[in-house]
Design a protein around this ligand. Structure first.
Ligand SMILES: [Zn+2]
Length: 221
């Protein structure tokens, strides 16, 4: 598989040394992720845009395209740099799992995002990042609040196979729901699968459908 990193031009740009570092980090970890995930695409592209949005953000646009935005001014700050680089590595594993699973912003053949699949895909991507890059930063950002998870899981019962709404509070939080609720639930549910079946890791679950993953976890949702 050929992996490319393309920097989108902007008037606020990264210094060349930073570009080289970002490219090296993405290629290094994306190659590792692609290998363990047995990625099938022949081409894969990361676009990187120097955006003044906070920190490092990413989105899997399509099955072979991940968009990353990095704040170049923040990256230049010594106090922020190390954690931004850790976040970039975490993001590469997280998004590569989405891409390999076919869980992207754009779905072909009029497919729709189903809420339960989105929750589990986020959980899988985070547990995959933990397995492949078990750094302190990754464990910190993939924690969940068990009390919150326990409280909200029963409320998913009737809606879990429904369509995911635009900016669904079930995923991101808001409208009375805790921050990143769906991510937290997803991490808990996938963790249960790997606890009950120690031989199953997030990499083995990449192509399993949501119903099968729920069944393997044994948690009643
Ligand atoms: Zn994600």
């Amino acid at each position: 598989m050929r992996i490319k990193v393309i920097f989108l031009p902007s008037s606020i740009d990264f210094p060349n040394a930073d570009k080289n570092k970002i490219r090296k980090i993405i290629l290094n970890h994306a190659k590792k992720a692609a290998m363990v995930l047995r990625f099938r695409e022949s081409e894969f592209t990361f676009t990187v845009y120097p955006w003044e949005r906070d920190g490092v953000q990413a989105f899997t646009q399509a099955k072979d395209w991940v968009r990353i935005t990095i704040n170049p001014r923040q990256l230049a700050f010594k106090s922020k740099r190390a954690s931004m680089i850790e976040r970039l590595i975490y993001i590469v594993y997280h998004e590569m799992h989405h891409a390999a699973r076919g869980y992207a912003g754009f779905l072909p053949k009029k497919k729709q995002h189903v809420l339960m699949n989105s929750i589990l895909s986020e959980g899988l991507a985070d547990i995959f990042a933990r397995e492949q890059y078990p750094a302190k930063y990754v464990f910190k950002v993939t924690k969940y609040n068990f009390e919150q998870v326990k409280k909200w899981i029963p409320k998913l019962k009737k809606i879990k196979w429904g369509k995911e709404a635009f900016e669904d509070p079930w995923l991101m939080g808001g409208e009375g729901k805790p921050k990143k609720l769906g991510y937290q639930i997803g991490r808990y549910l996938v963790e249960n699968v790997t606890k009950r079946h120690p031989r199953l890791r997030a990499v083995n679950l990449v192509h399993k459908d949501a119903r099968e993953i729920l069944r393997l976890g044994g948690v009643k949702v």
